[in-house]
Design a protein around this ligand. Structure first.
Ligand code: EPU
Length: 443
C-alpha cells in the first residue's frame, strides 16, 4: 500500500486552473466600455475566406473564441497580422486547405461557420461534427438543409462533417426553425452561388445584420437582413474591405444586470441602444432606471426590484443568452417571477448553484419559478457555461462576503477583460491561480 501511495504521489500531475474570487456587496459605480460582439465576430472571421483578399477587421473582442477562429484561419493558410489587440489584417488569398483541424474545430462550436465559408469559396469544407453541448441538443440539420438546397451534399465520417458541391446554384430555402447559425451559414454559402437565393423564416439578431453588412462591404448583394426573409444575388467574386464589428448586446446586458443587482449607477458606453431594447424593456418593468443616449445607456437602481414574467424568444424577443443573468437579478425581486426558456432545452443547470446561495427557484422543464429572497449568500461556485458563469459572477457581486467561481474558462470565451472592467466599476474581484493535483487514470 505504501509503495502504491508513493507511486501515486510521484505520478500525480499538478495542473494549474484559474478561478475568480469575488468579495461582493458593493454597489458598482462608474463607466464601462463594451467590446465587439462575439457572435458576430465568430461568423465574420470565417467570412473573410470568401474575399480571397485582405480584410481588416476592427473591434474584435479579445476573447478565446476569437483567438480560436484566428488560429483556424491561420491553419487553413491565411496570413494574419495583429494591428492592435482588437484589430487584425487577414489575408485569405493563399488559402488552399478546406479542412479545419479537428483539435481547433472542437474548441468552439461556432467553427461550423467555416463549413459555409469554405463551401462558398472552394465548393468543399470539412469540420468536426458539432456535438451536443450543455444547453441541450444542438442539431445542424437546418444548416445542411440550406447547403443541400444550393446543390451541395453532406457526409459524416469519423466525427467529421463534410459538405461539397460545385457549382452552387441559388435556391429558395424555408427554414423549419428560426436559427442564427443556419441563417448565417446559408448566407456564407450563397453569396458566391450562381443566381438568386431566398432565405425565409430567418433569424433577425443584430449579428445577422452585421454579417450581411460585412458581406455587402466585400461586394456581395445581400438584402433584407433583420427581416424574416433575406435575398441574395450571387456574385462571381468578392473583395477585401475594412470592417468594424458591432458592440456586444449580451455583454452590455450583463453590465446592465451588474449595475442593477448591486444597486449601482453605471454608464455603459459603446452600445447600440436599439439592440438593447428587449433587455431594457424588461429591466424597466423590474424597477430599474435606464437612460438612453446615442451610444450609451445609464443604469441606476435605487428602489426594490419587482418580479417579472419572461419568455426567451428569437430576436426581437428577449434573448436566451440573457436568461441566466435575468434569473439572477430576479432572485432578489419582491415577489414571484416566472422565466420560460423558449430556445434551448437545458439552460437552467446553473440554478442549483444559485440555490446554494440562498435563492428560491423551482425548475420544471423549461420553466423556472423564482420567489424573491432578501439577499444572496456567498458560496463556492462552478461555471457550467459562458452565460451561466457570467450570471454567477453577478450573483457573487450582490452577495455580502467572499465567493469563489471555478471553471472560468467558460466565461473568458465570451467576455473581454471582465475582471478589469468590473474592477473599474469598484468591484472587488480577482483572478487567482489554483493548483490541482490529478492522478493518472491508470493508477
Ligand atoms: N436548431 C435546430 N436545427 C438547426 C439549428 C438550430 O433545430 O440546424 C434549433 C436549436 O436546437 C435551438 C434553436 O434552433 O433550439 C436556436 O438555435 P440557433 O441555431 O439559433 O443557435 P446557434 O446558432 O447554435 C447562437 C449563439 C448562441 C445563442 C443562440 C440563440 C453563436 C455562436 N451562438 O447559437 O449563443 O444562444 O444563437 O440566440 O452565435 C452564447 O453566446 O452564449 C450562445 C450560446
Amino acid at each position: 500500500m505504501a509503495l502504491l501511495r508513493a507511486c501515486k504521489r510521484a505520478y500525480a500531475e499538478v495542473i494549474q486552473l484559474e478561478k475568480f474570487v469575488i468579495n461582493g456587496g458593493k454597489p458598482l459605480i462608474g463607466e464601462v466600455s463594451i467590446s465587439g460582439a462575439k457572435n458576430a465576430a465568430v461568423a465574420i472571421l470565417p467570412a473573410t475566406i470568401l474575399a480571397a483578399d485582405k480584410c481588416v477587421i476592427e473591434n474584435l473582442p479579445d476573447i478565446s473564441d476569437v483567438a480560436v477562429s484566428l488560429q483556424i484561419l491561420s491553419a487553413l493558410g491565411a496570413k494574419i497580422r495583429m494591428l492592435n489587440k482588437n484589430s487584425y489584417e487577414i489575408d485569405t488569398s493563399h488559402i488552399t486547405a478546406t479542412q479545419v483541424p479537428d483539435e481547433l474545430s472542437r474548441q468552439m462550436r461556432a467553427s461550423y461557420y467555416f463549413l459555409g465559408a469554405l463551401l462558398g469559396r472552394f465548393g468543399s469544407g470539412k469540420v468536426a461534427m458539432p456535438g451536443g453541448c450543455n444547453l441541450g441538443p444542438r442539431p445542424i440539420d437546418q444548416h445542411l438543409k440550406a447547403f443541400c438546397a444550393l446543390g451541395a451534399q453532406d457526409s459524416v465520417e469519423y466525427g467529421m462533417i463534410e459538405v461539397s458541391g460545385r457549382p452552387l446554384v441559388g435556391a429558395h430555402v424555408f427554414f423549419d426553425t428560426v436559427s442564427v447559425g443556419a441563417t448565417m451559414n446559408a448566407m456564407l454559402s450563397a453569396v458566391l452561388a450562381e443566381g438568386q437565393t431566398v432565405l425565409e423564416n430567418v433569424a433577425k439578431e443584430p449579428h445577422i445584420v452585421d454579417l450581411a453588412n460585412f458581406l455587402n462591404m466585400m461586394g456581395a448583394d445581400v438584402r433584407g437582413a433583420g427581416t424574416d426573409a433575406i435575398k441574395i444575388r450571387g456574385r462571381k467574386a468578392l473583395h477585401g474591405c475594412t470592417y468594424s464589428i458591432i458592440p456586444d448586446q449580451i455583454e452590455a446586458g450583463s453590465y446592465m444586470v451588474a449595475a442593477a443587482i448591486t444597486g449601482g449607477n453605471v454608464l455603459i458606453k459603446n452600445v447600440i441602444p436599439k439592440h438593447l431594447e428587449p433587455i431594457t424593456a424588461k429591466m424597466e418593468l423590474a424597477g430599474v432606471i435606464i437612460e438612453e443616449y446615442d451610444d450609451a445607456v445609464r443604469v441606476v437602481r435605487t428602489g426594490d426590484l419587482l418580479p417579472l414574467k419572461i419568455k426567451t424568444m428569437p430576436h426581437p424577443g428577449f434573448p436566451t443568452d440573457m436568461q441566466p443573468l435575468m434569473t439572477v437579478l430576479l432572485t432578489l425581486a419582491r415577489g414571484t417571477s416566472i422565466i420560460t426558456e423558449g430556445i434551448w432545452e437545458n439552460r437552467f443547470r446553473y440554478v442549483d448553484e444559485l440555490v446554494r446561495m440562498g435563492a428560491n427557484i423551482q425548475v420544471d422543464g423549461q420553466v423556472a419559478v423564482i420567489e424573491g429572497v432578501p439577499e444572496l449568500q456567498p458560496a463556492p461556485l462552478r461555471a457550467s457555461d459562458l452565460r451561466a458563469g457570467a450570471a454567477l459572477v453577478m450573483a457573487a457581486l450582490a452577495a455580502n462576503g467572499t465567493s469563489e467561481i471555478d471553471e472560468i474558462n467558460h466565461i473568458e470565451r465570451g467576455y473581454e477583460g471582465l475582471v478589469e472592467k468590473l474592477q473599474g466599476l469598484g468591484a472587488d474581484i480577482r483572478r487567482v491561480e489554483k493548483f490541482v493535483s490529478v492522478l493518472p487514470q491508470a493508477l
